[in-house]
Write a protein that binds this ligand. Structure first.
Ligand code: IMP
Ligand code: MG
Length: 179
């Protein structure tokens, strides 16, 4: 697939992503066998990953969505001022919840989600993030499943956006400097 102007290079191509997502699906299926599982997708970035991941999970599960604000529009730094824009439809008390995220950067968003969701008394609460930027971490968070550790570069595609665009790209690309 040809790249677009603002992409400097492809970091993770579609085949690489699909193979890793399949492996994550197998791991989640094994770990949650016989358990009641709810996947909580963090909108909007997690949606492409969720829809591929859930089709690789072989145990029965439900999906739920949550939207939170972490970045100001057009900025690349999370402010730490996270809030819920759209909440879950279901009560997660006593259930096994797995958060499905696109990327963990500073860790602030996921730390906020953990605090918020633990307060609702789930039986378990895990995190499955497609991407992880360990060098950017500000808040220490334990990630149960990670697709790829990536360097400190701004990426887009496969759900990740640049100013709300390019979420549809089937690969993860590094944005050209100055974009
Ligand atoms: P954190 O709170 O700093 O961990 O930020 C997490 C959120 O920031 C992710 O869910 C993304 O929406 C966004 N984000 C972080 N890094 C990138 C990136 O390289 N490209 C696009 N979005 C990103
Ligand atoms: Mg996100």
């Amino acid at each position: 697939m040809p790249t677009i102007d603002i992409i400097d290079h492809i970091l993770l191509d579609s085949r690489t992503l699909q193979a890793r997502v399949a492996a994550l699906g197998r791991a989640v299926s094994a770990d949650y066998a016989g358990k009641d599982l709810v996947l909580v997708c963090v909108l909007k970035g997690g949606v492409v990953f969720l829809t591929d991941l859930m089709r690789q999970i072989t145990v029965p599960h439900e999906i739920e969505f949550m939207a939170i604000s972490s970045y100001g529009s057009g900025t690349r730094e999370s402010t730490g001022a996270v809030r819920v824009l759209m909440d879950l439809e279901t009560d997660i008390q006593g259930r096994n919840v797995l958060i499905v995220e696109d990327i963990v950067d500073s860790g602030r968003t996921v730390a906020y989600l953990l605090r918020t969701l633990w307060a609702r008394k789930p039986a378990s609460l895990g995190i499955c993030s497609l991407l992880n930027k360990p060098s950017r971490r500000v808040v220490d968070v334990h990630l149960d499943y990670v697709g790829f550790d990536i360097p400190d570069e701004f990426v887009l595609g496969y759900g990740l956006d640049c100013d709300e665009k390019y979420r549809n790209l089937p690969y993860v690309g590094v944005v050209r400097p100055g974009c």
